[in-house]
Design a binder for this molecule. Sequence first.
Ligand code: SAH
Length: 421
Amino acid sequence: AAAAARLCSGAGGEAEAADGDGAMLRHLARKLRASGPVTVAEYMREALTNPGQGYYTRRGGVGESGDFITSPEISQVFGELIGIWCISEWMAMGKPNTFQLVELGPGRGTLTDDILRVFKQLASVLSKCDVSVHLVEVSPKLSEIQAVMLTGGKVQPNPEDKSAYMKGVSKTGIPIFWYRDIQDVPPGYSFYLAHEFFDALPIHKFQRTEKGWREVLVDIDPEVPDQLRFVLSPSRTPATQNFIQPEETRDHVEVCPEAGVIVQRLASRIEKDGGAALVADYGHDGTKTDTFRGFRNHKLHDVLSAPGTADLTADVDFSYLRKMAQGRTATLGPIKQREFLKNMGIDLRLQVLLQNSGDTATRDQLLQSYDMLMNPEKMGDCFHFFALLPHHRLVHPDKKDKPESKSPLPPVAGFNELLLK
Ligand code: SAH
């Protein structure tokens, strides 16, 4: 792939000078002058998902022609292996007769498209199962792109029978529904996927000072017209009180409460109705400090310049997600992307594709995209997989009483080697 991924913090190109229309900047400057500095979370929410001018709302950004490229866009193999992951978990959980595939922040819809192709290829396995797709997407622009990718554009807005804002049928005949919020997705046994979704949610930033913890805020620079700058809150804010743990040892901390709320919801749903959630993103286990970054045109971009024209992102704190599952589900990972994909059988899949491809250009492309996904210096080490699963998926509920009476539970693919019977 010619385009660069949003690799781990620090990698990437030079900061680029701001240009473009300044509508979002003017809107923010007015707001800051009228009511004072805002939290980084509020700034990020405005810049990314403001209904009129937000980056995702207007530009979309994902893909080679956009501002950053993601694994599903790099190789079809990525989505295929995730499709196999869903089927393998569905089998391990006793093949329930219906399941929902729910994707949060589907971007261009490529991941779901690749998964649906696998479901079609394995139609004989899924023949007695009623599958539906549910996409959670706030951006009207991206939902349009997803509709074209998945249904060929044949969709119905505002269907009366559902809480969805749009519905259609996939090219492979599976019903698809679109929602703005996970809470609108009907309950039921589901596989929830979040690929590069949590990193786009608004974070709060905190700095340790001699006077105690202070929240980092965004303000207008009094010296330079329409330029933004970071300032520290003069005293503690509600967020400093709520989100900094007394035992915290770092001097700078980022917290994404919205990610916490979504994980709580996913965990409650999985506890109640079964299924699993698979989160794939770049991140850390509660160790990193300043990871807030902007990307435009495949290059690092100053987070405070030309808001609305660049993607803003922060590493996902998996330790926080684990904590927010609050024991309602078991958690697995984070495990490195290259280990997860290797366990899922990426090497074998690559060999098959190489054998089936006639021309050198296709073979080169396959090898290059494999390298991008797997190379530890590229996406292999900094992207991680993390899963929420019902407790009974990992431990027999009555194991303690009669350990010998049950067959062993099959290992969870990806986190262990895939064993498909
Ligand atoms: N998963 C895709 C796209 C990642 S970009 C990929 O890996 O290629 C982030 C996606 O999340 C976009 O589709 C964006 O519009 C969506 N998004 C961002 N904030 C959201 C929110 N609060 N609720 C729902 N979707 C959101």
